[in-house]
Each structure stands twice: as C-alpha cells, then as structure tokens.
Design a protein around this ligand. Sequence first.
Ligand code: PLP
Length: 471
Amino acid sequence: MKRYEQVTHHLREQIKSSQLRPGEPLPSLRSLSERLAVSKNTVIHAYQQLEAEGLIEPRSRQGFFVSHSQPQPELSATPRPVTLGALALNVIRAASQSDLQPLGSADPDTRFPARTQLYKTVARNARARAHFQPAISHYQPPPGSDLLRARLAHHISETAFSCQPQEIIICNGTQEGISLSLRAVAQPGDIIAVESPSFYGTLQCIEALGLKVLEVPTIPGEGINLSLLEKLLKAWPVKALLLNPNINNPLGFQVQRSHQEKLMALTAPYQLPIIEDDVFGELNYQSHRAPPLKALDSDGRVILCSSFSKTLDTDIRLGWVIPGKFYEEVNYFKYVTTLASSGLIQEACAEFMAERRFARHLRRIKRTYKQRWELFAGDMNRCMPSELIYSHPEGGYLCWLELPKGCDGDRIYQQALAEKIAITPGSLFSTEGIYRHCIRLNFSVYNGSSEIRNALIRVSELVRSEIQRAG
Ligand SMILES: Cc1ncc(COP(=O)(O)O)c(C=O)c1O
C-alpha cells in the first residue's frame, strides 16, 4: 500500500467505525502530517480520495469535515416480504449449545451476583407456593403485576422519562412486545419501515405477521437516514417505523438527541407510530443512559418495548411495553396471544427491583462490558487483518465487522461452527442480502480467558483466509 493509501485507509476506518462522526472536523493538514510522519502532500492526496468517495467534504476556510450524508449500502428502497429462512433459528439454536465458544447470539454474561439473587428469590417464592395451596389456580392477567409495574415506573422515571405504572404492560420479552405492537398498529400486507442493518428477530417477526418491510439505511453513529426516510414516507403508505435507536444491534451506537428531535418532527405530520426497541438502551458505557425516543413523545405514538433479557438473563422471558395511545390494543393482543405472563417470575422481578438493587447491578455490568470491550478491541487490533472495518460500540457487547465486498460471512459462520465457535452471519440483518460480507461478534463473556481469546484468534484466521479467497 502506498503512503497516501495507508492514510486514506486509516481515516476511512475511523469514519466507518464512527470514531470520527458525521459533521466532525478532520485534523488540519499540518497536524495530521506531523502526527503520522508523512508529507502534507500525502495528507492532501488522502483527503482528496476520501472526498471523491463522499466520506468527507471541504468547507471554505475551515478545512475538511466528515460528510453528513455518508454513502449508504445499496438498498432497493421498495417494500418487500421478508424471507430470512431457517438460518436465524439455527444461529439461536447454536448459541444454546454449551460446548460452543459464545461469540454469536446476543446473550449477556450470566455470572453476575444479581442474577443469582434473582433466582434465589424465584426459588423462595416457588417454595412458598409449594407450601401454600390456594383452592384454585389463577392467571396474572394483563397488564400484569401491579407491584412490578410500580417498580418499573419508578426506575424508568428516575433514569429516562416520567412514567406511571398504569402506562406499562408486562409481556414475555421485547420480542413479544414488538409483535404485540406491530399487531396493534398494522394489518397483514401493510408496510413497516425499519433501519438497516436490523436485528433479524424483528425482521422475522414482521415476516410472521404477513407485513412488508421497507429498509432504510442507518448512518453509523448518527441514526436512520432522515432524508431518505422523508422521501420514502412520501412515496409509500408506511404504517409504522420500527427502530432500535439506543445501543443499536448490531452497530452498538447511541443516537444523538438532535437526530431524535428531527426524527420526531419529520414523522409528526404523518402521526406515524414508532415502535422503539430499547432492549440494550440501559447498557451504554456512560454513567447515565441516553433518553429513549419515548422521552420526546408528546402525542403517545411511540411504543417503547424492552426487557430484562440483556441486563439480567434472556431466560427470564420478562419484558414490558409502554404503548402510549395504543395501550388498549396492545393489552388486548397480549391477552389473546398468551393470556398472561408468569406471576411467579413477575413477583420475583418486582422483589429484585426493590432497594435500588437493579440500579446497582446496571452500574456494575456497564463497567464490566466497557472493560471487556477494551480488552476485545485490543485483541481485534492485534489479530484482525487491516482490510477489516469494525464498529466501536458505545455500550452493550456487540461488534459489527465489515469485510471487503465479495467476502462471505455465511461461509465464515459455517467454518467457525464446525470448530465449535458461534458467531452471527451478517446476511441475517437485511432481507436484501446486502450484509453478506459482514459478521457480528458478541464479547459479553470476553474476559481474557485463553479459550475465548483463542476463539477470536481462530475467527481472525478464518476472516483472513476469506479475504484472500475473495480477493
Ligand atoms: C435488538 C433486539 N431486540 C429484541 C431482542 C429480543 O429480546 P427479548 O429476549 O427481550 O425478547 C433482541 C435479542 O437479541 C435484540 O437483540
């Protein structure tokens, strides 16, 4: 690689991984040439190249800035049925095999004391039930346990926005919350706009409900492409927008407040319902969480869905919906779909949330995942080939890897699986096959043990040989 190509590559990677965000200034020619020990001409050449690629733009007398409208993956921008097939289910099944190195499915580390405490509470309550035999069994009908809703409302009001218990409906995880919300706002055949890349579980939920999906690219580090969304809303009768704005899966970034405000303003004339998947929203690495979109919702059209899956344990299967003006519809669909969520688990979670235990637990896991990211990123830098671009998450435990076009993430997935390593193929994150050259890795249990490190090194070798094969 020539010197200017190395500088171009270095900056391109920083832009694509959001270390340099849209609108941010690039270093001056002099400071960058000094820092990288290259001539000013080399830096000029690199800046010209990045400008030609649309990644940066000059502003008169101010230097170069990262472009606001980054080149987007090529999506057809037409609504289409979802057909992701059985691969997603295989990925989830593979993740549940305990003999695999878990770099795949988006599962949290379970070795935190809070989870043990929670299950002790479940066990105590279960024992109490074993000894106390009511004459008749009964459901905990929707909207769910009053105590749990009160504790959740208190927690949400302290950390995100003012919320009353009677605004909350308990459900079996975010996935059920999203499914109920989609049914509340749309009928089979309707169009749902989603950001791209999008979590495959959501895409398959849209598929199962007979809805069509309209994929709108996300600008990493910024959020859904608003100018494209505006055009698509004019062109198509979109029924709702489904977003995963805070600590997005798979990109891991957090949406800026100004972007959220513009999104709300843009969708207001359509009174467009927005389903907000906030399942990772509390896992940002800063001390306070970024407010969800729901915090800006003055007319009740944002439906927030979340759960304990990423903060405590996926297996609790307990989540909540804050449906705004769609409360009655969501409550009805919860009732006709699953009748109720387990009263035993709701009771235990409510008890667990007392005395700020959940808040303490959140502080602890955020610290841990941030440390794991630093460890993981250090190892990625050492072992991954330089052609690879990877995201720099602002929270959670997922990292998105983009290989050069032509590479096949499905092949890497199959090869890794054969060697007992779980990863997630990028092809699952769109209905249009545009992320086939990507993979997603989970670093929630990346604690520096030799097993997990060796698994990452092996994945890096598979990535390297895939790049060679495709090149
Ligand atoms: C973005 C996103 N939304 C929803 C879900 C499903 O969450 P739950 O276990 O709460 O149903 C997941 C699970 O991985 C996810 O990553």
